[in-house]
Design a protein. Structure first.
Length: 144
């Protein structure tokens, strides 16, 4: 019996992947298994300050604060080995660095991307700037 909740899937070649990546509202990043940025949309440029020409082909360390890099790479390697992130679809608030040096708070979701045969290709992340909200909440808590 077919799954009634399953959505019909169009033929892969009929899906406008480039337009989807370009038109989503959130920053969409794809890094390969070496941590090299392979997809970087316009919202990434708006959020992090680096244009696609500055980000594509470079390590994702570009936006990871130096003090968090070791933890990032440890989690990244574990996720690739597992074939899934430890947190599933959970939105995680983390730190990032803007091109101008500003520290950002971003809500991110992560996923491991695999090909049709289950081979890990890398990781995709969707990100949204929550710096103002995060700092306002922190100030409220500090005020008591």
């Amino acid at each position: 019996m077919p799954d009634p909740t399953a959505m019909p899937q169009p033929a892969t070649d009929a899906i406008p992947w480039a337009r989807i990546v370009a038109d989503v509202a959130d920053a969409l990043i794809f890094i390969d298994t070496q941590g090299v940025i392979r997809v970087w949309n316009a919202p990434c440029a708006a959020l992090f300050g680096f244009g696609a020409d500055e980000a594509l082909g470079h390590s994702v360390d570009l936006i990871i604060p130096e003090h968090l890099r070791s933890a990032h790479w440890h989690g990244f390697e574990q996720a690739l080995a597992r074939g899934a992130t430890r947190h599933g679809a959970e939105v995680r608030t983390t730190r990032a660095t803007h091109k101008d040096g500003r520290k950002l708070y971003v809500d991110m979701t992560f996923s491991v991307v695999k090909d049709e045969d289950g081979r890990v290709l890398g990781s995709a992340a969707m990100a949204r700037d929550v710096t103002e909200r995060y700092l306002a909440e922190r100030a409220r808590k500090a005020a008591g």
